[in-house]
Design a protein around this ligand. Structure first.
Ligand SMILES: [Zn+2]
Ligand SMILES: [Zn+2]
Length: 161
């Protein structure tokens, strides 16, 4: 199962697996995707609905139009998916994959709403790791991390002894 992709929400209440690699992974700059993911764009990883399996929990949905819906975890609020219920494809949001590196975008849509600073994004300074200047805060975060790890777990939350 070298092609198996897994993922889930930030808290781990929702976990999923994909039977095949996403096809036509794309950036979507449209205003609806910006709002739905709380970011400048969404990166959507489409797969056939038959290849998407929930392995823990269930998705909640917001109908962003009469034909499209946004799946999310009702426990932590993580946006997880976009799809048209009447369509055969299901779009997983790349950041929820355990290995988002494995799903590079091949196309860009919704360009009428693209933020003006998108083209310069790779040029802004970005050479510092998280909280490099504040190791105490980094320790406080990492030692109390409530984010589900990037792999399936049988028991979550972990037992504390
Ligand atoms: Zn969650
Ligand atoms: Zn969009």
């Amino acid at each position: 199962m070298g092609y198996r992709f897994t993922g889930g929400c930030q808290c781990g209440a929702v976990r999923y697996a994909l039977d095949q690699p996403p096809q036509n992974v794309h950036v979507c700059h449209c205003r609806m995707c910006q709002k739905a993911v709380g970011g400048p764009f969404a990166v959507i990883c489409p797969i056939p609905k038959s290849a998407f399996h929930l392995t823990r929990g269930t998705l909640s949905y917001f109908m962003s139009s009469d034909v499209g819906r946004r799946g999310f975890c009702s426990a932590c609020g993580t946006p997880i998916s976009f799809d048209y219920p009447e369509d055969g494809e299901f779009g997983v949001l790349v950041g929820t994959l355990d290995e988002p590196d494995r799903a590079p975008p091949q196309n860009q849509y919704g360009n009428e709403s693209r933020v003006s600073w998108y083209a310069d994004l790779t040029k802004v300074p970005g050479d510092r790791p998280t909280y490099a200047d504040n190791p105490d805060m980094l320790h406080r975060i990492s030692s109390t991390n409530h984010q589900h790890p990037d792999h399936d777990t049988d028991v979550w939350p972990p037992h504390r002894v």
